[in-house]
Design a protein around this ligand. Structure first.
Ligand code: ANZ
Length: 821
């Protein structure tokens, strides 16, 4: 059996693509534009099986668009700043710059071998001063608009990475980067005011929901966490201004039997009596050790300290004790709650632990045996002289209470978001320096535009390593500058930006990557964006995908882009696993991409990944058979050697059955790619290969047509073009053997003759005296007269009529003939 030499073929076509540059996107092309974006990698090593999967899936769409005649922007770059790259460099005892550059060079080579259809003329690294200069410029624009600011607060601190983390980077109390348990530290840090856009970030999801995966949309909704409730003011003894609480259940106010303040909120220290102060301070020592997750946990015994004061419940007039406890968080709502043990389980547990009264304000069902009842039901114990909620359901009781509180000036309805501002500064070396100069006279002074970029000082060895304060502080020559405003002595900010800042705008930079005069060319960005598809991992559901949306909205407000969402459609791939488990060093079940490519060739590995199942599903490599993929590719390739008709042969008289199969396959393949059902598309190509093989090998009397029939050429060319989306090397080889000039990349989607898609026959049923007497295969567009004639001519029908007089013939072409005798 003839096969092609995989290694030689791969080298040959890489050379051709290098010469012809078929993946270069032309900004000025008259064709309609499509932007295929895939998440750029952290260059912490070479490509692995996960990249192989995502690039293979992504490439199906990008290559499909080329074939459909679009101008396609499919760029690739490297997210080379930040903890992932820096940690890997430190582990390898190298400078992050040398280390990431080496990895980037390796990855680009691997991508090219892998035949990923990226436009390499547009590539960049976010750690390149030419890029981060604009990251700094954008930071200053945000600063100018009041969207970048500094504040002092208790922040997430990773003791392992020795840096602060954004809330989004703390998953279940654990550092998303290294797995260490995150603690809290009081620090002055830089924030982006993403909360200004909370409502809009939420509203935008209603539209994105149609084209984004559900799990991403849900994750963003939950993260933004909008809740509707009320601020209620409580008078507290010995204090002039009231203490305001945030509650989502104002309907339960009659049942508020005590108040709880976050132990670590300043308010606790203000309220506490001198007598109780030592107890609060002892308690605080314990609280500071706890993670947020633990603090909110429902199955932890409740702890707290009485602050020695009472508040007045505004509806009952009762004096209720005020406690400090750790289950209330300082930075959510107002940091103080009204506790309603009857309807809130954590309050219930606290009431039990501290022997406080419970008043139910919602009637639980008669068979209720639980503690706090959080469900809906009629209000009880909820009336005074001025307001009576008795019998109302939760929703109505809420609105009634809010209206009353507002009328009385005791509170107001509010919307609250869980989303916090984005903490963007890091105490690490490998990031874009924050372009601010601190001057004792002028305060925070932005570095003037013409002094950007503020490049990283050249630190080496131990000076690079995390030490709890920013390593940039060690470069005193770099730190000490004169103030741009007054010229006096001043110092540079020594923190660097989180790598998520770099990746929040990279999709814009690809549209004009070599522009030295601006971050991006607005006209080009508006021409290419929003990107039509974004392929990447679901692990970015709330971080990167939320930050990028936020940046886009701000840039739109600045008039720099004319849209408010950067990514129109999105696809999340599953994971490549092995033997049912995530690949990991400790399990020793890692699969090396290079080994697989060496053994089976690029095309077979790509085909296997695409054919494995729906793109969203995990792929267990142990159950895959790349050798089966390889056999199929060779089978397809052999067709191209069998075709004997010439390119451009007139196909109109070709074998009809094969032509129909080809037309149907090409037609369906388009819909399947557009619906991301790539595996089904591949299955259909396999069927077409089989049908073509049969047609070649069989003479007409056995249903074939032989290799010279132009229908065979038509089918084989279609196979080559469809396979070009998945197996580029095989497709190029086939295209060349079929007598065409390279490359197949922009050969064009095969034309489909619509007439060939029409079913050739349908079954017409003929009834005589209500009984089915015949089934006829007829053309779908048969006329009523022809169908009646065909029915009358049928032997079985004539037998059933048996010479009787026909009284009436009802014809419903093409499906039914009813003969009444
Ligand atoms: C009284 C009440 C009665 C509440 C009831 C709930 C049920 P979401 O939906 O997450 O916004 N809360 C408010 N601030 C808090 C803080 N800083 N730390 C911990 N808990 C806090 O939750 C809002 C509810 O969580 C608020 O409504 C408040 O308890 C509590 F039957 O007020 B509720």
């Amino acid at each position: 059996r003839a096969t092609y030499d995989i290694a030689a073929t791969e080298t040959k076509w890489q050379g051709v693509w290098e010469d012809l540059q078929p993946f270069r996107a032309d900004d000025d092309s008259p064709r309609e534009k499509r932007y295929a974006l895939t998440m750029f990698p952290y260059p912490s090593g070479d490509l692995h099986m996960g990249h192989a999967e995502v690039f293979a899936l992504h490439d199906v769409v990008a290559r499909y668009w080329w074939q459909r005649g679009y101008e396609v922007l499919n760029p690739m770059g490297f997210d080379s700043f930040g903890l992932p790259a820096e940690n890997a460099a430190i582990r390898n005892d190298e400078h992050p710059d040398t280390y990431t550059r080496a990895n980037i060079a390796k990855s680009i080579e691997s991508c090219k071998k892998y035949a990923a259809s990226f436009d390499w003329s547009r590539t960049f690294n976010t750690s390149d001063p030419e890029y981060y200069r604009w990251t700094q410029w954008l930071f200053l624009k945000f600063h100018e608009r009041g969207l970048a600011y500094r504040k002092n607060s208790a922040v997430n601190w990773c003791p392992q990475d020795q840096t602060v983390l954004a809330n989004e980077q703390v998953v279940g109390g654990i550092c998303d980067r290294c797995g260490a348990e995150v603690t809290k530290k009081e620090l002055t840090q830089w924030y982006f005011k993403i909360t200004d856009y909370a409502q809009e970030l939420l509203d935008g999801l209603d539209e994105l929901e149609k084209t984004w995966p559900d799990r991403v949309v849900t994750a963003q909704r939950n993260w933004i966490g909008r809740s509707e409730g009320a601020h209620v003011d409580f008078a507290v003894e010995g204090r002039d201004e009231p203490v305001t609480v945030y509650t989502t259940r104002p309907d339960t106010l009659f049942g508020a039997t005590f108040m709880v303040v976050a132990a670590d909120a300043a308010l606790a220290g203000e309220l506490v009596t001198d007598e109780q102060r030592p107890a609060l301070e002892d308690y605080l020592v314990e609280v500071r050790k706890e993670t947020e997750i633990n603090r909110l946990s429902t199955d932890r015994p409740k702890t707290g300290v009485f602050l020695g004061v009472h508040a007045t419940n505004p509806l009952t007039g009762n004096q209720i004790p005020v406690y400090a406890a750790d289950y209330v968080l300082a930075d959510y709502g107002t940091g103080a709650i009204m506790a309603v043990p009857g309807q809130d389980q954590r309050d219930w547990e606290f009431a039990e632990a501290f022997d406080l009264p419970v008043v139910r304000t919602v009637q639980p069902p008669s068979d209720w045996e639980g503690e706090a009842f959080t469900g809906d039901g009629p209000a009880i114990n909820s009336a005074n002289d001025e307001i009576d909620l008795s019998g109302l359901g939760v929703a109505e009781a809420k609105s009634t209470t809010i209206a009353y509180l507002e009328r009385k000036g005791l509170g107001r309805g509010t919307v609250n978001f869980r989303l916090r501002d984005w903490l963007l500064s890091r105490q690490r070396y490998w990031g874009a320096p924050i372009p601010i100069i601190h001057c004792p006279v002028d305060g925070e002074v932005p570095v003037p535009d013409d002094q950007l970029p503020v490049t990283l000082p050249d630190l080496r060895g131990a000076d690079l390593k995390p030490k709890g304060t920013s390593p940039l502080g060690a470069a005193t020559d770099w730190v000490n500058v004169s103030c741009p405003t007054c010229g006096g002595p001043a110092t540079r900010d020594t923190d660097t930006m989180d790598t998520f800042v770099d990746s929040s705008w990279y999709m814009f930079r690809y549209c004009s990557p070599h522009d030295h005069t601006q971050a991006f060319d607005s006209a080009k960005v508006n021409a290419w964006m929003p990107s039509n598809l974004y392929v990447g991992g679901v692990e970015h559901a709330v971080l990167h995908l939320l930050y990028g949306r936020f940046f886009t909205k701000v840039l739109n407000d600045m008039g720099l882009v004319d849209f408010r969402e950067p990514w129109s459609a999105q696809l999340n791939q599953g994971f490549v696993i092995n033997q049912g488990k995530k690949m990991s060093k400790s399990l020793g079940n890692g699969v090396d991409l290079g080994d697989q490519l060496g053994a089976f060739g690029v095309d077979a590995v790509r085909l296997t990944l695409v054919f494995a199942g729906p793109p969203e599903d995990d792929i267990d490599w142990a159950n895959m058979s790349p050798d089966g993929s390889l056999r199929f590719l060779q089978r397809a390739w052999r067709l191209s050697g069998d075709v004997t008709s010439s390119p451009g042969a007139d196909v109109s008289g070709g074998d009809l059955a094969l032509r129909r199969t080809t037309a149907r396959t090409v037609h369906d393949a388009a819909g399947l790619v557009e619906a991301y059902r790539f595996n089904v598309m591949v299955a259909r190509v396999m069927e077409l290969v089989n049908a073509t093989r049969k047609a070649i090998d069989n003479p007409p009397e056995k249903g074939g047509c032989g290799p010279a029939d132009p229908a065979v050429r038509e089918a084989t060319e279609a196979v080559a073009i469809l396979l070009s989306l998945v197996a580029p090397y095989t497709a190029e080889e086939m295209w060349e053997r079929l007598g065409h000039q390279p490359t197949v990349v922009r050969a064009g989607w095969p034309a489909v003759d619509e007439a060939l898609l029409v079913e050739d026959t349908v079954t017409a049923v003929v009834q005589v005296k209500g009984k089915v007497r015949a089934r006829l295969e007829v053309a779908p567009d048969i006329s009523e007269a022809d169908l009646e004639a065909a029915a009358m001519a049928d032997e079985g029908v004539q037998r059933a009529i048996d010479g009787a007089a026909v009284r009436k013939v009802i014809v419903r072409a093409p499906k039914l003939v009813n003969i009444v005798v």
